[in-house]
Write a protein that binds this ligand. Structure first.
Ligand code: ZN
Length: 257
């Protein structure tokens, strides 16, 4: 008989479930939970999308002809100082796993970098999506309604302990609609709203102590996001707008910073 697992257990097992690594009972419990829990089901859908995107978009490069031979030669060459040193350190036979070990390590590192970066940002991204959805649902998109950045920018003065930059890209088709005060991770946040066609876009801006970070494009719970950090500000764009068009707005803003 299947007993119910809670969300925490479900999340912990989700990736094993995704990779078909769970034993039958555990897999059945996860499947049962996903059937009843929309939040975990959403998480599962996100993870599946990420895997699909990784498979579809990770670049595959054909190694130049002779690279394997040259690598092997450089590792086996007794005169090569790093290999010689490693070999001495590893002892006899060590070099046998050095070449495959190196490539596996490089692959693991690149995957970890790709996957780890978004998850550190995850709490902000999650809340940004929730706030985006809320702003559309409860008819609270803007506290100040204006397409004039010179009206919107001073409106934030005195309401926030930082001065959010306000951008106008109506020429490029991204029309400023207004702004409102918001909170992400209990931090006061400026939310600027833009319209593009019939799509609404929220741009969240809040201070951060973290170092600058290049823009990341991702999708979460059915929404597209572009997130980056610059000059001790965190920027998060959220919309149902197509990812390429949202990324284009992200690039316009970054050029203007
Ligand atoms: Zn759940």
């Amino acid at each position: 008989m299947i007993h119910a697992i809670d969300c925490k257990t479900c999340r912990a097992w989700l990736h094993g479930y995704l990779d078909n690594e769970l034993e039958t009972n555990a897999a059945a419990e996860v499947a049962e939970h996903l059937h009843h829990c929309a939040e975990c089901a959403g998480e599962y859908a996100d993870a599946r999308r990420l895997v699909a995107q990784l498979k579809a978009h990770l670049p595959y490069h054909q190694a130049p002809a002779g690279l394997a031979r040259r690598l092997r030669a450089s590792i086996e060459a007794p005169a090569s100082p790093p290999a010689g040193l490693l070999q001495r350190w590893l002892g006899p036979g060590g070099r046998r796993w050095l070449a495959p070990g190196f490539s596996t390590l490089a692959l693991t590192l690149s995957l970890v970098l790709y996957l780890a970066a978004p998850s550190a940002e995850r709490p902000w991204l999650d809340e940004a999506v929730s706030s985006h959805v809320r702003s559309l649902m409860v008819d609270h998109l803007n506290d100040v309604v204006s397409s004039d950045r010179h009206t919107v920018k001073p409106w934030f003065t005195g309401k926030l302990d930082f001065a959010p930059p306000v951008f106008d890209f109506s020429q490029q088709g991204y029309v400023l609609l207004g702004g409102r005060l918001d909170y992400l991770q209990q931090q006061s946040t400026a939310a600027l709203t833009y319209g593009h066609g019939r799509h609404l876009i929220n741009l969240f801006i809040l201070p951060t102590a973290d170092a600058d970070a290049a823009a990341q494009n991702l999708s979460l719970r059915g929404y597209n996001l572009v997130a980056w950090r610059r000059n001790h500000l965190r920027f998060i764009l959220v919309s149902d707008l197509e990812q390429g068009e949202l990324a284009a707005l992200g690039q316009l803003i970054q050029k203007d910073l």
